[in-house]
Design a binder for this molecule. Structure first.
Ligand code: ATR
Length: 287
């Protein structure tokens, strides 16, 4: 059996083994996929040991994605854009890395929006938060040719920093990129045509029991077609509950996890370009 694993710190709760086992079964592949815990200062050794023993591929999760990127000898364009990697494998004697998180998110968003007869193309997107999670979604959204990205954060300066960082790519992608303090979303003179098509909660607030914006504010900046997306999974957050109570469509980030796994599986098992072969809905239901 070919051996794969996900490596992280912590790792016990990772759902990746379930997802990969599902895809393997669906496509009649004989693989073993496990979980590896790495000490914070031992990532490189752990990875080298895994491949020295014949391991075929690794998924990388928090907090090792930067280190994985630096460790690899060959990097895909997507990994270079993100400067971080969540997939490692050997090809022709060289260690390759890729980043499938961004495409995983946009594939999930496109799938959800399609149900509503919408797409990311020209969409008005609001990102709540300006930390690592928010930073990782900006390039992938621009690749899908969204029309506008508004970054709203509790701390305005951090939103402003992200806008600075991505200003050039936004100009070449013809995306309107702007920063705002979350509270100021309420003050701008809005009419219903100003509603966002997509609101992504990329703050860490869902881990507690709060939403980064009040229900009233969420109502003021959305309409019945708005998709509310929380990047965390495994939990119905306050943000998602509010959205549903307002009649919006809401989703957690489980589909993103499944899609990034599907993209890694396709690379490892040579299913490249075969988007439709893997049963995404089935895998989401299985975890
Ligand atoms: P991650 O890598 O998960 O994005 P991070 O870099 O620590 O984590 O960023 C956390 C983000 O969640 C920040 O945008 C933070 O806002 P501040 O920059 O103002 O701190 C946001 N955040 C965390 N808790 C929040 C809360 N209760 N309400 C609103 N925003 C919150």
């Amino acid at each position: 059996k070919d051996v794969y694993a996900v490596i992280g710190h912590p790792i016990a709760h990772s759902k990746s083994p379930i997802i990969h086992a599902y895809f393997a079964k669906q496509t009649n592949q004989s693989i073993h996929y496990g979980r590896i815990f790495s000490e914070l200062n031992a990532f490189k050794e752990t990875v080298e040991q895994f491949f020295a023993r014949g391991g075929k591929g690794l998924n990388i999760t928090v907090p090792f994605k930067l280190e994985a990127y630096e460790l690899a000898q060959k990097k895909t364009e997507t990994a270079k854009l993100a400067q971080a990697a969540n997939v490692l494998w050997y090809k022709d004697g060289e260690l390759w890395c890729d980043n499938t998180d961004g495409a995983g998110l946009t594939r999930d968003l496109q799938r959800l929006l399609k149900h509503q007869g919408a797409s990311l193309n020209h969409a008005k997107v609001l990102i709540l938060g300006a930390g690592g999670a928010a930073q990782g979604v900006i390039e992938p959204l621009m690749l899908e040719k969204v029309g506008q990205i508004t970054i709203a954060n509790r701390t305005f300066a951090k939103a402003q920093q992200l806008v600075e960082q991505f200003k050039q790519s936004a100009t070449s992608a013809q995306v309107l990129l702007e920063a705002i303090e979350i509270q100021d979303l309420a003050q701008s003179d809005r009419d219903s045509s100003d509603a966002f098509d997509l609101i992504i909660n990329a703050t860490a607030s869902g881990l507690g029991d709060a939403s980064p914006i009040s229900k009233e504010l969420l109502k003021a900046i959305s309409n019945s077609k708005t998709l509310a997306y929380d990047m965390v999974y495994g939990k119905e957050t306050r943000f998602m509950q509010d959205a549903r109570e307002l009649g919006l469509k809401a989703s957690d980030g489980l589909g993103m996890l499944v899609e990034q796994a599907a993209l890694a599986f396709e690379t490892w098992r040579n299913f490249k370009g075969a988007d439709s072969t893997l049963d995404i809905d089935g895998a989401i239901a299985a975890v």
